[in-house]
Design a protein around this ligand. Structure first.
Ligand code: IMP
Length: 425
């Protein structure tokens, strides 16, 4: 295993949490490297559901080290709540938070709301302050985790930042009043609670590699939400792709040996932006209901559509996936005829590379391959018998995914539990 990265190949919500939890069994150290509380993953262990926004999935294995890398934007209040909730279940996380990670401040969340209100075309953000926090990081106005542990530095930073933010809110026509003293007091308090976790995480990961430990990097969101390569501007504000894994955790790309692309057996998207294979009919509703396709973070219904291999193949190219983990394929049971999009019709042209131009993408019509479906089964029992026990039509569907992407399917997931997973050796 050594250096393994788990990444979403679509618009997030591919089931990365479960796949990460599965790989975490063999890992010694699990790293989250980007995003913030906009992410949400649900992990089911022995029928008990755990929902996290910030904590890496690895925290459910307290004997392993869990790391929040420098590329993550940390909302300290949410993080403290998640740690305390785990504590109530008797789990004390073996957690390290990068001292270089930027902190989500109250004005970031307010600005996220204010910007959405003023935008002509909304992005449909999660309103968790993610974009404004990353903007401040790039503009070098950011507050970092290490600052929360040093009163003098935090005071100085806030003295510089707050008047600027205040002026921006005024220009936006907002009557927000920011209190320097209150923010300082609140965030120093968070600093006190989190100090024991704050560390040079890049160094800890480097030491783990030196000691020949297995390091697992866990992506949040998906390739199509990447700030550079996604459906900009309908993306998140971080690098969700393989390169982001290295900068967001402070490691060399040479350390990564496996890159697992998580592919949901159909497509979903929350928020605005184009979705070429969207199903606005009964089949879309069937998939949404069976797949429980409602946002973990915002509760919004997800838009659903057929699997789009133009999207997945683009993700394979950008990330260099060494294998794929296909999730939620059980959700498609009972649909008589299934479709997989293999290219787009754009006017009289056929496109099989994902276009950057949103004007082109909006007009793309999917070119699909049709597949016979399969009936619902007791998947827990089927999984015990291994890959060969899967319905033939399901295997044809999976074969097409690896044929089209030229990447082997290594894992098939047929339910939320750890035991509902087939590892194709
Ligand atoms: P933000 O990340 O809150 O700025 O939201 C930007 C876009 O990314 C919106 O369309 C969100 O719905 C989407 N988004 C952010 N995080 C996730 C996620 O974890 N899963 C799916 N969509 C996400």
């Amino acid at each position: 295993m050594h250096g393994t990265m788990i990444l979403g190949s679509q618009w997030g919500d591919e089931g990365k949490g479960k796949i990460t939890d599965y790989f975490a069994e063999k890992a010694d150290l699990i790293v989250r490297f980007q995003g913030g509380t906009n992410a949400g993953h649900t992990i089911v262990v022995k029928d008990e559901k755990f929902k996290f926004h910030l904590l890496p999935s690895g925290v459910l294995h307290p004997e392993k080290k869990s790391i929040i890398g420098n590329g993550v934007v940390v909302d300290p209040k949410v993080l403290i709540d998640e740690i305390e909730n785990l504590g109530k279940k008797g789990i004390s996380p073996n957690l390290f938070i990068s001292e270089r990670a930027n902190v989500v401040m109250p004005y970031h969340k307010m600005m996220d709301v204010a910007e959405e209100k003023l935008r002509g075309k909304k992005i449909g953000t999660t309103k968790r302050g993610i974009g404004p926090c990353y903007s401040d990081k790039i503009s070098r106005y950011g507050v970092r985790m290490i600052d929360l542990t040093d009163e003098k530095i935090l005071k100085e930073k806030l003295k510089n930042i707050i008047p600027i933010k205040q002026k921006i809110f005024q220009a936006f026509g907002e009557d927000t009043v920011l209190s320097n003293d209150e923010i300082l007091k609140e965030y120093l308090e968070y600093g006190k609670k989190l100090k024991k976790y704050v560390a040079d995480t890049s160094l800890i990961i480097a030491q783990a590699f030196d000691d020949k430990k297995n390091v697992l990097l866990e992506g949040a969101q998906g390739t199509q939400l990447d700030i550079d390569h996604g459906t900009y501007p309908y993306t998140t504000s971080s690098s969700t792709t393989a390169g982001g894994g290295c900068t967001g955790s402070g490691i060399s790309p040479l350390k990564i040996k496996n890159i697992v692309g998580v592919v949901k057996a159909y497509t979903t998207r929350v928020g605005e932006g184009p979705l070429p294979t969207e199903l606005k009919d009964e089949t879309g509703k069937y998939i949404r209901d069976r797949g429980g396709e409602y946002g973990t973070t915002t509760g919004r219904p997800r838009r659903c559509g057929w699997l789009d291999m133009v999207v997945v193949n683009y993700a394979c190219r950008l990330n260099g996936f060494t294998s794929l983990a296909v999730t939620k394929i059980d959700v498609l049971s009972g649909i008589k005829k299934l479709k997989i999009c293999k290219a787009y019709h754009y006017g009289d042209r056929i496109i099989d590379d994902f276009p950057a131009n949103p004007g082109i993408l909006e007009k793309c019509v999917p070119v699909c391959e049709e597949f016979n479906g399969w009936e619902e089964k007791n998947w827990k029992e089927t999984v015990k018998k291994g890959y060969n026990a899967l319905p033939d039509n399901m295997k044809k569907y999976l074969d097409f995914i690896s044929f089209s992407s030229k990447v082997p399917v290594g894992i098939v997931s047929l339910g939320p539990g750890r035991e509902e997973t087939i590892d194709i050796k």
